[in-house]
Design a protein around this ligand. Sequence first.
Ligand SMILES: NC(=O)c1ccc[n+]([C@@H]2O[C@H](COP(=O)([O-])OP(=O)(O)OC[C@H]3O[C@@H](n4cnc5c(N)ncnc54)[C@H](O)[C@@H]3O)[C@@H](O)[C@H]2O)c1
Length: 251
Amino acid sequence: MLLEDRVAIVTGGGKGIGSIYSQGLAREGAKVVVADIDFTAAKEVAERIRADGADAIAVDVDIASPESTVEMARAANSTFGRIDILINNASLMSALPRRPWHEIPVGEWDAVMAVNLRGMFLCCLAVFPTMKDRRYGKIVNISSSRIYEGMPNRLHYTTSKAGVVGFTRALAREVGEDNICVNAISPGFTQSDTQVATSSAEYMKAHIDRRCFKREEYPQDLVGTVIFLSSSQSDFMTGQLLNVDGGYSMH
Ligand SMILES: NC(=O)c1ccc[n+]([C@@H]2O[C@H](COP(=O)([O-])OP(=O)(O)OC[C@H]3O[C@@H](n4cnc5c(N)ncnc54)[C@H](O)[C@@H]3O)[C@@H](O)[C@H]2O)c1
């Protein structure tokens, strides 16, 4: 197994694609900290992982809060003794109505930046001391393939996901000396429960039509790339962005 005895935090691990990452990492041998603002969902995923014979705990976290992210790292360290992997997956997305840019309330803009960018920053800050001490760390940031096309109607969200790429590159340069890898993935339009619930059939079909592979993208399609970037197989890769969207965009 590629992640035997590694300890991984998955933010937004309780639902959607994050729950599939949590279970996929556990199947590769990782001990998983399922961290989510929806604690009930996080507990269910952790329970499922334990029922399958792997190790997991659930943590109640609001990634936009510094106190909460520090507590998340503390819980991981006190339960499993270290943190090797951070999957920065939690974000505000499906909760956001699709609407023209000039109709986005300023408060909603700020909330998206607070979760999608400040949250990523705070999670990295929280795990950094442990990774630095052990001179090993794998940080995987989740962007979105909508940044390549400048997809309209969620300007704040698209902006935040483009920010993830700049964040990934600059942080990779700053923590290279500590032997910490920082990479990003840009998923295409993916059939998470929330995405399916908030997208029309025409919207989904338009995505499929433009892909090289004419089918839906499922959360499972992303797991292999997350495992690769979390494992020692990618130890000389940092600051990179891997696009996983069935060939919708070419990056
Ligand atoms: N589904 C897609 O089509 C798609 C495409 C590209 C990128 N992505 C990205 O992939 C990731 C997962 O997408 P998804 O479809 O599963 O999203 P989702 O909305 O279903 O899940 C997001 C998760 O993050 C959690 N969360 C939200 N705010 C939080 C906070 N402040 N603190 C902690 N947890 C919080 C939610 O409770 C939820 O479990 C996101 O980063 C999303 O932007 C998704």
